[in-house]
Design a protein around this ligand. Structure first.
Ligand code: FES
Length: 170
């Protein structure tokens, strides 16, 4: 049986709501951003930093608090690729599959990640430790194949080093 699955944005909303700290959210919206709808993108960025994605209960609460329709927030959240509406892992692996990295063996890294974590592109491990997201060129082609984990860049990575690199992330 697979140890991972793709997480749907609308799965189990009750437990997602439980996971959102609304007191903390109030502080964020009221104190940091003065409930000002002009700060919507920054508020979304702050919520994503906190939860690693944008939980729907947090967005519906935000919509009510700042007085704009949820549909507008959804539109913004889906427009920018940096936002995720699906739960993601504590650590985001961005594996570059751009041309330069591809010719330098990125596909073998992808296979190795699959062997170790049992996830494919866009999926999250069951223990929420990792989410794998393929990207197209992250601007350091000469270091290919390149794998970024959170903000850490790992270049010229060999397949037999992948396990050790992953071991640095809880
Ligand atoms: S192609 Fe991978 S960093 Fe440019």
């Amino acid at each position: 049986m697979s140890e991972a699955h793709a997480v749907r944005p609308d799965s189990d909303e009750a437990s997602l709501a439980e996971a959102v700290d609304f007191v903390e959210l109030d502080t964020l919206i009221d104190d940091e951003f003065s409930k000002d709808k002009e700060n919507l993108i920054m508020m979304l960025q702050a919520i994503q930093r906190r939860y690693n994605y944008l939980p729907k209960p947090a967005l519906t609460y935000l919509a009510a608090k700042i007085g704009i329709p949820y549909s507008k927030i959804y539109e913004v959240a889906t427009f920018y690729s940096t936002f995720s509406l699906a739960p993601r892992g504590r650590n985001i692996i961005s594996l570059c599959l751009g041309t330069a990295c591809h010719v330098r063996g990125a596909e073998r890294i992808r296979e190795r990640l699959h062997d170790i974590l049992h996830i494919d592109d866009g999926q999250t491990t069951d223990d929420k430790r990792f989410t794998l997201e393929s990207v197209r060129c992250i601007g350091c082609c000469s270091l290919g194949p390149v794998m970024k984990i959170n903000e850490d860049m790992h270049g010229r990575i060999a397949t037999d080093e992948v396990d050790k690199v992953l071991g640095h992330y809880e």
